[in-house]
Structures are given as C-alpha cells and as structure tokens.
Design a protein around this ligand. Structure first.
Ligand SMILES: [Zn+2]
Length: 484
C-alpha cells in the first residue's frame, strides 16, 4: 500500500460546508483520502511537510475547450459572432491532429499548474478519428482527471457521430471518462437533439451542452420536457438569458449548469446567473470556457464569480462551487470535490507564506478566493500522484509541449502560411477563414448536401451580425446528413 502524509497543513475542506482545520494532517492511501485530523499516527508514509501550506481539494473546471490553448488572447475585444466565425469557423478548421495534441496537453498542464485537477474538456474540434485520439492521448499523458466531451463543431449543426462516440467510450479509461458534447436544443433542430439524447441514453453517458434562450428554441428546457428528453445527467453551459421558469425545469430534473463568468460577461451572453441558479436550487459549477477570451485559472474565475455575485454569494460558497459543487455538476461528487475520507486524493497545496497571501490566515477562505493565484500552487496531486511539486510541473515533456503550442499557433492563425500555398486555392480569402480547406482536411465532415459556398457566406455574414448565436441557427439550417 502506498502512503503519503501531508503533515501539519492549514486544511480547508468543502464538505458538507466549507471549514478550516489548522495544523492538520491528511493521509493518502493508494490514491485515496484515508484520514484527515491533527497529529495522525502513521508509519511507512512519504511525508510532505505542509506547514506554511494551505491544503485544499483540487479545483473542478466544469467547462473548457482545451484545444483552444494555442489561441490564447485572440478573441478579447470581440463579440460572440467574431468568436464563432473566426475561432470555430476559421482557426479551428485548420487544426490537425498534432494541433489538438498540443492544445490539449498544454491546456491540461496549465490546469494542473493552477490547481485544477478535474476538467470537463468540451472538444468540438473532432475533424477525424486522429483528432479524437490526439485529444485523448494528450489528456492521458498530462495526468489530469478529465470528462471528455466528444462532439461536432456547432458550425456544422450535426448530431454527434455515433461511431466516434463509441470509439471514445471504448478508449476512455482511468482518469478519463466520456460525455456526449451535443449542440443541443437552443442551436439545432429537434431531430438532431433527439439523436444525441438517444445516443447518450444507449451508451449511458452524460451530456454536456451549451444552452440559451434561442435562436432555435426560446424555451429549450420546456422543449426537452415536451419531447420526453428531460434527464438528470446533463450539464448545461451558460443559459444567462433563460427565464426563471426554465431554471426551475433544470432544478426539477436534477441537471446542473456550468457558469463561466468572464466569458459570459465579455461576450455579452446576459446578466451573471449564479445568484439566480442558487435561488432556483440548481447545482452550479464554475468553468473557464475559452482562453481566447479569459484567464485559464480558477482563482481568476472565483474572483469574477465573487465580484459579480456580490449580493448573493459568500467567498465560502464560491470556493464550494469551484470544488464540490463542480464535482456534483459532473456527477462525480462521490469521488472528488472535497477531502472526505474515501474520495480520490485530488489535493493541492498553496504556499501560505507567499507575499500575496501573507497576513491572510485569520480568514484563509476569503484570502484564497480573493488573493491567491497559480504562482502560489506548490504541490498538486491527482489520485495521489504528484503532477506538480515545489512549484514546478513534473511532466517530462514540458519543453517540447511549449514548442508544439507555438507551432500550432503559427499554423492556425497565420493567413499566408506555407501549407495554404501548398494546398493551392482554398476558395476563401483573408485571414483565419480557411474553413473549407479545414473541413476537407478533416475527413469530409461537411454534411452532404451542403454547398461549401453556403458555409463561407454564412461565416462572412456572421461578421456583420451582433448576435453571434445567429451563426448556430444558420448552421442548423444546413441540410443534414440523410443517413442519420
Ligand atoms: Zn463553451
């Protein structure tokens, strides 16, 4: 039996409420929390000195598109329409398997570096089986715990590919579990939704899905209810403009919502909704979403959530949303999200003596939520395995990963790149719109019956609209594959 003892830390646990235990040990046995208490009598353990450390359960990022890591900061001063057109419809279509590998590995390591031990990776860059395998291999290599959401680009408007989904379900193992990343009732016709929900039911998988009031369905939860598609293991994302009646339907179903405050604000998706979700009794997780637009760490996200929820959320509630409630939103609260004995040992240690945390131990919860940052993360364990120690990531291939990210950023964002010239005329002019080339490179994932020119027209039209979500409904109007 392997034993690790975190000796004498300032422990913040999150279940059933957020509490502080000073000068407390955490015993890990075979990757699980075995005991939490002062002065544990243990023999034969590797001891990690946790004095001057704040010990926390790892953060749970409930919504992130990891593949976009090489596109960091590219969509800050833009609206949702630009993001859809340029990132999903442009840069994303240029992604080769090696680009997905670079984005997913670097993104997962960025998570671990910042104390995120579980991430819901919503991967809508699945142009081919090789892209899928690249994403899964990268996640496994990183050492992170991940819920891998497999699905099509929203720009395509298609159902999740059943064969690809089965492949993911077959391959996912260890720390990686699969989910159906559906485009959903807000953005696709109901027949696509029915197909995705049926696939999830058949394979007994959870669903992750973006949601909003329109453009296809103004009351998507009511629609799901009317269709007999209400189910508990669904994680809805955003939904800022949903009326309270829709939030009540989510609460009634036992499903959950992931909020991503920075991106929701920046892309004008609607008013902050964590307070409304709390009032409606909806399980709520916190997420990063896209590093094209927002910082990639949960400290930043917690501060945004705290600031935007100033009349409704305490610092302790914010910390709980970032850990235990996120785990609950992913259906994993029996495994992760707190330091309760029996759970997986996903644990992080912050240096309490760092200059930005010193003086804050009279209220360590408020201090962590308002003041901590990834640079304070000294040690990260996932299932008891160290992935960061003494402030340094332990992944053996970190330098090559950084190089690969630079290569991908160049390949996907530079309009005059060599591969374009080699490929010849793509039919699309201008930076970032290699859409047709990209889809063709990706193994013919354009639905049959769709004129390539229509897609370009759609994407260019989007640039003029201020309601980016229009892109989804237009995409949904594409004629879908007849063999569905
Ligand atoms: Zn998203």
């Amino acid at each position: 039996m392997s034993r690790v003892l975190l000796r004498g830390g300032l422990v913040i646990d999150t279940e059933p409420t957020v509490v502080v235990h000073r000068d407390t040990d955490v015993l890990i046995e075979d990757g699980r929390i075995a005991a939490v208490g002062p002065g544990l009598a243990v023999t034969g353990a590797e001891v990690i000195d946790a004095s001057d450390r704040i010990v926390l359960p790892g953060f749970v990022d409930t919504h992130r598109h990891l593949w976009q890591t090489p596109l960091r900061g590219i969509a800050v001063d833009v609206d949702l329409g630009w993001y859809l057109q340029q990132v999903l419809g442009g840069y994303g279509t240029r992604y080769r398997p090696e680009d997905v590998a670079a984005g997913n590995l670097a993104g997962a390591l960025e998570c671990l570096d910042a104390g995120i031990t579980t991430v819901q990776d919503y991967s809508h860059v699945q142009h081919s089986r090789e892209h899928t395998d690249a994403a899964l291999d990268a996640l496994a290599s990183s050492g992170i715990r991940a819920v891998f959401g497999y699905g099509p680009s929203p720009m395509l408007g298609t159902p999740v590919d059943p064969a690809g989904m089965r492949h993911v379900a077959d391959r996912a193992s260890g720390l990686i579990t699969p989910a159906v990343a559906a485009i959903g009732p807000s953005y696709t016709p109901i027949d696509v939704v029915r197909a995705d929900w049926a696939l999830a039911a058949e394979l007994e998988l959870p669903i992750v899905v973006h949601i909003s009031s329109g453009p296809v369905a103004s009351h998507p939860l009511q629609l799901l209810l009317d269709e007999g598609l209400q189910r508990s293991n669904v994680l809805f994302v955003h939904g800022n403009d949903l009326p309270d009646s829709e939030l009540k339907l989510i609460a009634d179903s036992g499903a959950a919502v992931a909020v991503t405050p920075a991106v929701e604000a920046r892309m004008e998706m609607g008013a902050p909704m964590a307070g409304r979700l709390k009032a409606a009794g909806v399980t709520t997780g916190l997420g990063i979403d896209v590093v094209t637009t927002a910082p990639g760490d949960m400290f930043s996200a917690m501060r945004e959530l705290l600031a935007l929820g100033y009349k409704t959320l305490t610092a302790a509630e914010v910390l709980q949303i970032a850990t235990l409630e996120g785990a609950r939103a992913l259906g994993m609260s029996d495994q992760i999200g707190s330091l309760r004995p029996g759970k997986q040992a996903d644990v992080i240690l912050l240096r309490a003596s760092d200059i930005n945390l010193i003086g804050g131990l009279h209220d360590p919860i408020g201090t962590v939520v308002t003041a901590a940052h990834p640079g304070n993360v000294d040690t990260v364990l996932v299932a008891g395995n160290p992935v960061k120690r003494d402030g340094r990531l332990l992944h053996p291939d970190l330098q090559n990963t950084l190089t690969a990210v630079r290569r991908t950023a160049d390949h996907c964002t530079q309009p005059d790149r060599r591969s374009d010239r080699e490929a010849g005329e793509s039919g699309v002019d201008g930076g970032g719109l290699g859409v047709i080339q990209g889809f063709e490179d990706g193994g013919g994932s354009v639905p049959t019956g769709v004129d390539a020119g229509e897609i370009v027209g759609l994407l260019l039209g989007l640039a003029e609209g201020d309601q980016g979500a229009r892109g989804f409904v237009l995409a949904a109007e594409f004629e879908l594959e007849s063999d569905r």
